[in-house]
Design a protein around this ligand. Structure first.
Ligand code: WTA
Length: 629
């Protein structure tokens, strides 16, 4: 790990409309934060009381560093909170899930409809021998049945491991084996950019290396329906149709596992992050409601796939626990054209829109005309997650999509944290480039390698000082790996990200700690240089790596994709170098700039600098199962 380093902060600030602050669930961030700090357990105790439990907890938190138990001895089922409690209220006939297919087909499930589907699916799985504690792998396209399957597992107390439908057979087999899944739920096909993805064939290939699986449940969408192998496969529709309608929710202990989700991000080998029932429910419920400020009439569209943590927490569990309507759409943002998302916002009257910087920069690349064609006036909250939202992208999102009226909630969190940890709460001043401050409920700091806080303007490691309800409990089969999160910097949870705070405690994420480049003794975050490059009109996206250099230790190499209409060439290279020099100073100027058609990314849209670096240096890129196509 590196030492701390100085960061030049330039600040611009947007003040939101005071009316949206007054009406927010958290109308006064500072007060809410003080209340939390005054008595953290009382704060979470109060939130947990807004939900339904079968038996109350004895203690809010038992902290036995680095192991936490939340809502000790509390009994619950998360699906009871996402379904049962709504069907006995006015929300019974409210849409829970609105699905759009790539070709514009639509399906709606009301809370009551979803409730019934989930119970039947749960009974169907129980009929295959799935019970509490068993692991089920869900490898599905983005269809309502993906959500139904997740909730059905949770209903039974089975542990789901959702694997994103874009992964190949090798990555799938590794995840199935690691979790020792008994059943796989899949579909015959998924659709993406008008092409068919043969999910079931991929499962069958994976299963030749995964003997633990007893049955595959296949949701058949294609016509004519594919033939199934009766020895190993069962038809989803058939199984569910034959299942009994009522399935009471299994009584779960707050600390029983809810799911395993594999993460590798842009570095290292996949880790099975384990989340538990009680704390995860409370954390995702609270952050969904308060950070997006969900009101009864809202329609939330989180564009992630349920196969990522963003989908688990902010499509499925958090929003459904709140009782809102969620939109899901199969396909990609620019298919059949770059207006696809905005058309859907207009058609469905989406009010809260949550996406990733990679998508925002892609939209910027296609120009302002696309969003301008559609009525986006129903939008009232815009969210971002996954990577630093560079100021250029913030401005575009805020003005072109939000019409300068919607708060932009840039949420920093991780698969491991389960829930938002840093953001700018609705109604607070927004600073482009800064994610914001710790949410009420989390204690966040920027520290040096000994855990000592660094002053504002000095970059360091982003840490979480105290346990939080939705935190990971372990890494499946590798508890030693879990402990390193809490032992790298003693006493704190180390996120692995670099960050800097300003005088008001706003946090700017500078990128992953392993993405830091030391040039002539200066520490430079890849995100800073990338952000500077992207602030140039011609640039759509940039990825920056360090290259060993005899003289300077490292030099910076930048890989750049251009906006539609921009011309690559020496003139632009020189101009970009001058541009970076002006904003960050001479040490941050890339020694080389290479223009590319596209950048290597993970399937969740994060730039994989490691792959660029390996290519550049002629090294082995390591595990690339997360690389998109
Ligand atoms: C990055 C996604 C800057 C960060 C929820 C983190 C972000 C990793 C932001 C986790 C943000 C996520 N600003 N960087 N708002 N949100 N990241 O596990 O590096 O897929 O550690 O979880 O994404 O990625 P993961």
């Amino acid at each position: 790990m590196t030492e701390t380093f100085a960061v030049k902060l330039e600040e611009k600030c947007y003040l939101p409309d005071p009316r949206c602050k007054a009406a927010a669930w958290t109308p006064d961030y500072t007060r809410a934060y003080q209340e939390f700090m005054h008595d953290p357990e009382a704060f979470w105790d109060q939130v947990a009381h807004e939900l339904d439990w079968f038996e109350p907890w004895d203690r809010v938190l038992e902290w036995n560093y680095p192991y936490a138990k939340w809502f000790v001895n509390g009994k619950l089922n998360i699906t009871y909170n996402c379904l049962d409690r709504h069907v006995t209220s006015d929300r019974r006939d409210k849409p829970a899930v609105i699905w759009r297919g790539e070709g514009g087909e639509e399906r709606r499930l009301t809370y009551d409809g979803l409730y019934r589907e989930v119970m039947r699916c749960a009974n169907a799985l129980a009929g295959l021998g799935v019970g509490k504690g068993d692991r089920v792998c869900i490898y599905m396209p983005l269809v309502p049945e993906q959500i139904v399957a997740m909730l059905a597992c949770a209903r039974l107390g089975a542990v789901h491991s959702v694997v994103f439908g874009g992964f190949g057979a090798g990555a799938l087999a590794m995840r199935i084996n690691d979790a020792e899944a008994k059943v796989v739920i899949t579909a015959d096909v998924g659709y993406r950019r008008g092409k068919t993805i043969p999910l079931r064939d991929i499962v069958n290939e994976a299963l030749t290396h995964a003997p633990c699986v007893e049955k595959t449940v296949v949701f058949r969408r294609g016509t004519p329906a594919v033939d199934l192998d009766p020895a190993r496969e069962v038809d989803y529709a058939d199984l569910v149709a034959r299942a009994a309608p009522d399935c009471p929710a299994e009584v779960m202990d707050a600390e029983d596992p809810l799911f395993i989700l594999y993460t590798s991000g842009s570095t290292g080998a996949p880790k099975g992050i384990v989340h538990t029932c009680g704390g995860y429910m409370v954390g995702t419920y609270y952050t969904s409601r308060h950070d997006f400020d969900i009101k009864e009439s809202d329609i939330l569209w989180c564009t992630a796939d349920p196969g990522w943590i963003t989908g688990h927490s902010y499509i499925v569990y958090g929003p459904l626990a709140v009782g809102t309507t969620v939109v899901i759409a199969e396909g990609t943002p620019d298919y059949p054209d770059p207006g696809a998302y905005w058309r859907l916002v207009q058609d469905l009257g989406v009010t809260i829109f949550y996406t990733a910087p990679t998508a925002i920069r892609m939209f910027m690349r296609h120009g302002d005309a696309w969003p301008a064609k559609y009525d986006l006036s129903t939008l009232r909250v815009l969210g971002s997650v996954g990577e630093p939202l560079n100021p250029e992208a913030f401005e575009w999102y805020y003005h072109r999509i939000g019409g300068g009226e919607c708060p932009v909630v840039d949420t920093w969190w991780q698969t491991e944290t389960g829930m938002h940890v840093v953001t700018t709460m609705i109604g607070e001043a927004m600073k482009p480039g800064f994610a914001g401050r710790a949410i009420p409920g989390a204690v966040v700091d920027v520290v040096d390698r000994t855990g000592k806080p660094v002053p504002p303007g000095t970059g360091g490691f982003l840490v979480i000082r105290e346990p939080w309800p939705a935190m990971l409990r372990t890494v499946h089969g590798n508890d030693a790996r879990y402990r390193t999160y809490w032992e790298t910097i003693p006493g704190c949870y180390t996120a692995g990200d670099l960050a800097v705070k300003d005088e008001e405690g706003y946090i700017m994420i500078l990128g992953r700690a392993d993405d830091l480049i030391v040039v002539a003794g200066h520490n430079i975050g890849t995100a800073e240089v990338e952000s500077a490059l992207v602030s140039h009109d011609a640039v759509a996206e940039a990825a920056v790596i360090g290259k060993p250099d005899a003289l300077k230790g490292n030099v910076i190499k930048a890989f750049v994709t251009l906006r539609v209409g921009a011309n690559p060439g020496d003139a632009l290279t020189d101009e970009l170098a001058r541009h970076v020099k002006k904003s960050l100073g001479p040490v941050a100027v890339p020694a080389e700039i290479e223009f590319m058609d596209r950048l290597p990314k993970t399937r969740s849209g994060k730039i994989m600098r490691r792959v660029l670096k390996a290519r550049e240096l002629g090294m082995d890129p390591g595990d690339i199962s997360t690389l998109e196509e």
